[in-house]
Ligand binder design. Structure first.
Ligand code: CP
Length: 317
């Protein structure tokens, strides 16, 4: 059974992946995020999710995603539950579906799921009751759609003409759900020029299908970039030797202030976090004037408010 994530008129039912989304749906999320961000800044956030129950179900660690979903839900007046999986019955061997159905029996409108296995969010979406939404907050190497939406939202704020942009994504593309979702998102937004820079061992098979130009030399890849997006080395997902060592990686693929000069003078630097300073990015760049890394984090709350409002506005509690 497949899972349909978009209803008629582009409204979201679930959000599991960026694949299959259309540009107007993304534009609608961005416009709602703009409105909700302004409303929050003026102290007038509407209680759009009052009476709704949202459950954060995180089977992997998270700082940014979990907390920004929680803040987003609270700002829209939802009830949000953070399930502590270490002290829940999953630690006594309860299956994923039994945990899910148990929580669903308490009445829940939306599950926000992070899981180490690719496909876990789709699996859960196939097994929840009709009317319960599932948001993928990162599954294995597969997808992290709200990260892609907040990244695109941040780019749009600084450089709204996607068609005229050169975006360079650097690092561990092979293991990165962030990269996969961002690449899909940039293609949906018809980005002008997309470059992927990585050692051959950190690129997926059939990388040519991703609609990007591939570079193994960071200096060449950075030339005249408008957006430089650095990825974290996903040591926890590496099986076997993908890299000589971290020092060697930094020498060839680390973003230093000297290297950043190869990009356009007004290029922005992005990173999804958590960062490995001195491995993929120099601290002076991460904290420097071209960095929008903390802006990405702040935008995550607005974009997640917009996504939850989009989904739950089409359902009844
Ligand atoms: N970017 C991101 O997913 O960060 P967390 O793992 O802290 O949620």
């Amino acid at each position: 059974m497949s899972v349909k994530q978009v209803c008629k008129q582009g409204q979201l039912k679930h959000l599991l992946t960026m694949e299959g989304l259309k540009r107007p749906t993304l534009e609608q999320v961005f416009a709602t995020a703009d409105e909700l961000s302004s409303a929050f800044s003026s102290g007038q956030c509407p209680p759009l999710l009052s009476g709704r129950t949202i459950i954060n179900l995180f089977f992997e660690p998270s700082t940014r995603t979990r907390n920004s979903f929680e803040l987003a839900a609270k700002r829209l007046s939802a009830d949000i539950l953070n399930v502590d999986l270490a002290s829940s019955s999953t630690s006594k061997g309860e299956s994923l579906l039994d945990t899910l159905w148990t929580l669903q029996a308490m009445h829940c409108d939306m599950f926000i799921v992070r899981h180490p296995e690719s496909g876990a969010a789709h699996f859960i979406a196939r097994h929840v009751d009709q009317g319960v939404a599932v948001l993928n907050a990162g599954d294995g190497r597969h997808a992290h759609p709200t990260q892609a939406l907040l990244d695109l939202y941040t780019i749009r704020h600084h450089k709204p003409d996607f068609g005229g942009l050169r975006v360079v994504v650097v690092g561990d593309i092979l293991h990165s759900r962030v990269a996969r979702s961002l690449i899909h998102g940039l293609n949906i937004m018809n980005v002008g020029d997309l470059r992927l820079v990585a050692p051959p061992t950190l690129l997926p098979e059939q990388v040519e299908d991703l609609g990007a130009e591939v570079y193994h030399d960071l200096d060449k890849g950075l030339a005249d970039a408008d957006v430089v997006y650095m990825l974290r080395l996903q040591k926890e997902r590496m099986v076997g030797a993908h890299l000589p060592d971290r020092h060697e990686y930094y020498k060839h693929f680390g973003l230093t202030s000297a290297r950043l000069k190869l990009a356009k003078a007004d290029a922005i630097v992005m990173h999804p976090g958590p960062m490995n300073r001195g491995v993929e990015i120099e601290s002076s760049v991460a904290d420097g004037p071209q960095s929008v890394i903390l802006e990405q984090v702040g935008n995550g709350v607005s974009v997640r408010m917009a996504v939850m409002a989009n989904i739950l506005s089409g359902t009844t509690s």
